[in-house]
Design a protein around this ligand. Structure first.
Ligand SMILES: Cc1cc2nc3c(=O)[nH]c(=O)nc-3n(C[C@H](O)[C@H](O)[C@H](O)COP(=O)(O)OP(=O)(O)OC[C@H]3O[C@@H](n4cnc5c(N)ncnc54)[C@H](O)[C@@H]3O)c2cc1C
Length: 382
């Protein structure tokens, strides 16, 4: 027997859950098929910085209560290097907007609860194994065995390693940026008030707030490095060196509770739709975390797709659906361009010419108001 729904959604990350919530608010039948358990999706720590565009989407659709209650505004970042440190108060630059620091797992927890309250269904522990974009059908495997479910439309929200993206006969542009980061979570409060980017000949190091008890740090490491080789002591020693703590003050240390290697790479599908299948978030485009854009793109694309599906289903107008790729891709490319700009700024270069260019870019960012406005606008927005 084939289950049927109106909009079938693969994946319960930010993309799938925002989409599901917006459709349920209109009374549209939806079903989410999710590989992981509820506990796993609600504890998977990844993003933490929501841009004002995402915050507006969440509040506009009644999904922002947790973020507004527990999220913290953040509007200053610092660049630290051999020549000292300078801060950019981006809440006063560009459009004067800020990030909201709200851990992705808390947002996902809120979105799951809201979606279920709105009468949505999620099948956890259900791994999609096959997709047909023409019939909007997913085959999936769960504890009971093999199942088939179909919809009038299918949304591929199953992330960068999902299955739906394989069903889009898309042209794909990929870029390996040649850089890897060790992403760690430390059970310690943040050490500095600002997001801090440290530029050092040993490699980049980053400091980002997450919650009052947990802070994210990044360390550039050789591609292919083993995260297990990074003991707590080695991580704190490398952070001390690259963050120049002798000069700028000690870090608040605590146990490292997560360590993983993130390879900085990009991938953009064009188009991001095929037949009745529409890709959203990381399934549509992968972006390096250098500028914290991935979850924000996922949320904003989910709103675009929800609105297009509502037009098709409630007003019999499929034109917004037909334009889905054209609507989303310019924003994706602007985010990619800024992320690449950040990668060039943050990482050491082999040759002296590029090192000098990077220094000139930092000097300009420190001294030139127009450059600071450009940075602020792109840093928080897309
Ligand atoms: C270390 C790190 C830090 C980051 N920091 C930021 C940040 O500060 N700001 C920001 O905006 N972004 C950040 N990102 C990126 C952000 O986390 C992602 O872009 C975001 O999770 C994308 O959401 P999504 O819903 O598209 O995909 P995902 O969150 O990956 O969700 C996809 C879901 O699909 C499920 N799934 C996968 N395959 C299948 C299958 N075959 N069948 C069924 N279900 C399946 C998965 O289990 C998952 O639940 C960061 C990423 C990392 C790794």
């Amino acid at each position: 027997m084939v289950d049927h729904t109106t909009v079938l959604i693969a994946g319960a990350g930010p993309a799938g859950l925002v989409l599901g919530n917006l459709l349920r608010a209109e009374g549209i039948a939806t079903l989410v098929v999710e590989r992981a358990s509820r506990e796993q999706v609600q504890t998977r720590a990844r993003a933490g910085f929501l841009g004002p565009g995402s915050a507006r989407v969440l509040t506009r659709h009644g999904l922002g209560a947790g973020m507004l209650h527990k999220g913290r505004p953040h509007g200053v970042c610092a660049f630290r290097g051999a020549d000292g440190e300078f801060e950019l108060d981006y809440s006063r630059l560009g459009r004067g907007e800020v990030h909201t620091v709200y851990p992705q797992q808390d947002l996902v927890t809120d979105l799951v609860a809201q979606y279920l309250d709105r009468g949505g269904e999620i099948r956890f522990g259900a791994t999609a194994t096959g997709v047909d974009s023409g019939t909007a059908t997913i085959r999936y495997r769960d504890e009971q065995g093999e199942n088939v479910v179909s919809g009038r439309f299918l949304a591929g929200c199953d992330g960068g390693n999902g299955i739906t993206r394989q069903a889009v006969a898309a042209h794909r542009l990929t870029q390996d940026h040649g850089v890897s980061w060790l992403a760690v979570l430390a059970e310690a409060p943040q050490s500095m008030a600002a997001v801090t980017y440290a530029i050092h000949d040993d490699g980049f190091a980053g400091h980002m707030a997450r919650s009052p008890e947990v802070t994210r740090y990044y360390l550039q490491v050789p591609p292919g490095d083993d995260p297990g080789a990074w003991t707590d002591e080695r991580i704190w020693a490398a952070l001390d060196t690259r963050m120049r703590t002798d000069e700028f003050g000690q870090l608040k240390q605590g146990p490292i509770i997560e360590r993983r290697i993130v390879r900085l790479r990009s991938e953009v599908a064009d188009p991001i739709q095929h037949d009745r299948l529409f890709l959203v978030g990381d399934a549509a485009s992968l972006i390096s975390p250098s500028a914290a854009k991935g979850a924000n793109l996922a949320i904003m694309e989910a709103e675009v797709l929800a609105s297009a599906l509502i037009s098709a289903l409630r007003h019999d107008d499929e034109r917004p659906l037909a334009a889905y790729s054209r609507t989303c891709l310019p924003r994706v490319w602007r985010a990619q361009e800024f992320s690449r700009w950040m990668i060039d700024l943050l990482h050491p270069h082999e040759d002296a010419f590029h090192r000098a260019l990077r220094r000139a870019r930092l000097d300009s960012l420190r001294d030139c108001r127009a450059h600071q406005d450009f940075f602020a606008e792109h840093y928080v927005g897309i």
